[in-house]
Design a protein around this ligand. Structure first.
Ligand code: FMN
Length: 224
């Protein structure tokens, strides 16, 4: 196989959703390089609908405190509808990755307060030094969001290749009105998700497991 394929495969295999970070900021120049590469993601008509709000370490901590408090006391109000339900294989996969996380953290299934506390870590961005909020113009509809999904994947891979760890997070976007007001974002931009990123705390239990993937025969329907 081409060396480029091997390199890409290595990066894709090494990337994982990181839920504990070192207390160390990332230089702005490196963040810019990663975005520079990730923006090569394809988008319909090359519209490149992603707009990014990126916080410094100090601002991430400030936002995290405010959002954690807000999310602990308020119901979700996402801009984009949340999935209605996960059924069949989707339900199984969702359950499996949740159980992997709780097992890694020694949280018993029945310990709801501990699970809630772990879920709330989403709102302080798992201690990451930086947070990137990804928004799309609402008039582009679901395809604008689809384009941003490509950018999000590209960003996580570019970050991995640059020696950083990251995690896309829908949870913060569930508090869209709070974030819109906090950052003064216009009404006509959909708040899609956050990506927390920084240097991984590799010794932390939350980073000790890797999720699985469906076999090819589960996802490809060959027609010959
Ligand atoms: C759009 C999107 C939203 C996600 N939202 C969250 C989230 O709110 N909280 C979280 O802990 N993980 C979140 N994740 C991470 C997924 O749980 C993770 O990608 C999945 O379990 C596969 O594991 P891996 O990324 O380690 O390979 C999200 C991932 C994506 C792509």
């Amino acid at each position: 196989m081409q060396p480029e394929f091997d390199s890409l495969t290595r990066v894709m295999k090494a990337r994982y959703s990181c839920r504990a970070y070192l207390d160390k900021p990332v230089e702005r120049g490196l963040i810019e390089q990663i975005v520079h590469t990730a923006r090569r993601a394809p988008s319909w008509c090359n519209a490149q609908p992603w707009q990014l709000t990126i916080t410094s370490q100090e601002e991430t901590e400030k936002l995290g405190k405010a959002l954690y408090k807000h999310a602990s006391q308020n119901a979700m109000q996402p801009d984009m509808p949340w999935p209605e339900s996960y059924v069949g294989a989707y339900k199984d996969r969702r359950y499996a990755c949740g159980m992997q996380l709780y097992a890694a953290l020694d949280i018993p299934r029945a310990d709801k307060p501990a699970r809630t506390a772990q879920m709330l870590e989403n709102f302080r961005f798992f201690g990451a030094p930086h947070m990137m909020l990804v928004t799309a113009p609402s008039e582009l509809g679901p395809y604008g969001a689809l384009d941003c999904g490509g950018f999000i994947t590209a960003f996580t891979l570019a970050a991995q290749a640059a020696g950083l760890a990251s995690i896309p997070q829908a949870a913060p976007a569930a508090h869209a009105p709070f974030l819109r007001e906090y950052f003064g974002l216009p009404e006509d931009r959909l708040i899609l998700c956050a990506i927390s990123f920084g240097y991984a705390d590799e010794a932390h239990k939350a980073n000790s497991f890797r999720t699985g993937r469906a076999a090819l025969d589960e996802i490809i329907d060959w027609r010959e």
